[in-house]
Design a protein around this ligand. Structure first.
Ligand SMILES: Cc1cc2nc3c(=O)[nH]c(=O)nc-3n(C[C@H](O)[C@H](O)[C@H](O)COP(=O)(O)OP(=O)(O)OC[C@H]3O[C@@H](n4cnc5c(N)ncnc54)[C@H](O)[C@@H]3O)c2cc1C
Length: 457
């Protein structure tokens, strides 16, 4: 990057401007997925909206792509890129709750841990991811699937407005009333339309929940999956639940002689009356013999960080995703072929329900294009040792190939891999053409292209 532009930028911003010759550059260019090793031209750790505007204008002056980093969890590493200007929002973490209106203004650098910390003080919450270290920004702009999805919708369904720095460096607040086309595109279009500096969400009175995990033998998995598929269709909306594979970590509630064995698990989160939790999860308990169980009352933020320990920063990640309309016998067979071979304790496959409140919203109401699916399935390869790259990537690819015939063509953009660019249209689904038109309107030169990229028409 031109030295004059760098020194002008350093004079303009209150955050940090880090170039390849600065100490700290190697630390600053790291993202959550340790497989990503990119060398951006400059990293701007913005302290406020003015810094973001200055950074985007500098990228325009130098004709550099902008990579936006919220929580840094993008598996393909979209929070950085070679020769790009990185807008890193890690310092922008303000979160202000209005308890009377039940809303929150949360900055683009907040994680779900930051968000839940702010809202739980008022006994409030909304749909976030299942891991507390994931960023609210990338997760919300692509969809937002979590424990509360069936009850209150995707994270993006709870968005009221968004402050955005656009590709030309101008600033707007997008909502149903102001720039409604942009507001539509932000809700499902990912990071294609600008840098969201602040999100406003509506909140629900959700405080303590009853939740946790139950483990079943691998050979019982077909029955557990069938019971899950049947029950979740019309289960009470206060129930969040998903099916997964899990190698047992050495936890006290699991018999010691079973540590390291592979299980199928149901993860549950009940937000209804505590004394009705037993009834709500009974169909899972009845589906097969429960080998071990850890379920109890806890604050919602505790549920939201229950599995954080399995996914520390610094793992290698390779994921694939599909949407699924029904868990057919063919799909169950494919799961049984590859699920029990899950290679390491961090890796898994989750089948998340996206019915309930998600289906109350029409497919055209927001840019999120797959409201007809019942599940979002992710095969998440996550492993500590780069020497295991080949074996783990192979497991994910083979599993995905076996599931594909029983799935929709598209997958959830936030779970997609970097080599999925040929599936972008299918991943955005029925709203793709409209998204391309709006991309042309708001970012005609594709300044924001380090993402599941929508090419301007
Ligand atoms: C361990 C783990 C658990 C996960 N669990 C869930 C889950 O439960 N539910 C779920 O739905 N997803 C989940 N995801 C996927 C997650 O939604 C995506 O990885 C998402 O992109 C993360 O957002 P981020 O801000 O942390 O990512 P980043 O890497 O910071 O950003 C990813 C992309 O999002 C865009 N972006 C980020 N910030 C902004 C911004 N402020 N303005 C505009 N664009 C921006 C950019 O295009 C950027 O390239 C999980 C991912 C991981 C690694």
């Amino acid at each position: 990057m031109d030295e004059t532009t760098v020194s002008a930028l350093k004079g303009q911003v209150r955050g940090e401007v880090i170039t390849p010759t600065d100490g700290g550059y190697d630390e600053a260019r790291k993202v959550y997925n340790a497989m990503i090793d990119k060398h951006p031209a400059v990293i701007v750790r913005c302290a406020n909206v003015a810094d973001v505007i200055a950074a985007v204008k500098a990228a325009n002056a130098e004709n550099l792509p902008v990579a936006v980093r919220g929580g840094s969890h993008s598996v393909p590493g979209f929070g950085t890129a070679d020769n790009a200007l990185v807008v890193d929002l890690v310092r922008m973490k303000s979160a202000r709750v209005d308890p009377a209106l039940k809303t929150i203004w949360a900055d683009g650098g907040c994680t779900w841990g930051d968000f839940n910390h702010a809202t739980h003080a008022f006994g409030l919450a909304t749909t976030g991811g299942i891991i507390s270290t994931t960023g609210i920004a990338g997760l919300t702009l692509g969809g937002g699937i979590g424990y509360l999805t069936r009850g209150v919708g995707l994270s993006l369904d709870n968005l009221i407005s968004a402050d955005v720095v656009l590709a030309d460096g101008s600033f707007v607040t997008a909502s149903e009333k102001s720039h409604p086309d942009l507001f539509w595109a932000l809700r499902g279009g990912g990071g294609n339309f600008g840098v969201v500096t602040c999100f406003q969400y509506k909140l629900q009175p959700i405080d303590n929940i009853v939740g946790g995990v139950m483990l079943f033998e691998v050979e019982d998995a077909p029955n557990v999956m069938r019971a899950y598929n049947e029950y979740i269709t019309n289960a009470p909306r206060e129930l969040g639940a998903f099916f997964a594979w899990q190698i047992a970590p050495p936890l006290p509630f699991i018999p010691e002689n079973r540590h390291g064995d592979t299980f199928c698990v149901m993860v549950v989160c009940w937000t209804g009356a505590p004394d009705e939790a037993g009834k709500a999860i009974a169909p899972f308990r009845k589906s097969a013999h429960v080998v071990a169980e850890f379920i109890g009352s806890m604050p919602y933020p505790a549920m939201n960080s229950l599995f954080d320990v399995l996914v520390p920063p610094g793992l290698q990640h390779y994921w694939k995703a599909v949407y699924v309309r029904d868990l057919t016998e063919g799909a169950i067979e494919a799961h049984m072929k590859f699920g029990p071979k899950v290679p390491v304790v961090n890796s898994t496959m989750h089948i998340y329900p996206i019915n309930g409140a998600v289906h109350d919203v029409t497919a055209e109401a927001t840019a999120y294009g797959h409201r007809d699916a019942k599940y979002a399935t992710v095969i998440a390869g996550m492993w500590p040792d780069p020497k295991q790259n080949e074996a783990n990537i192979r497991w994910v690819k083979d599993y995905y190939a076996a599931l594909a015939p029983h799935s929709e063509r598209g997958g959830y953009i936030n779970f997609a891999a970097s080599d999925d660019s040929d599936r972008v249209g299918a991943n955005f689904g029925s709203n793709y053409e409209q998204l391309r038109k709006l991309k042309k309107k708001y970012d005609p030169s594709n300044r924001f292209r380090v993402n599941q990229n929508i090419m301007p028409t």
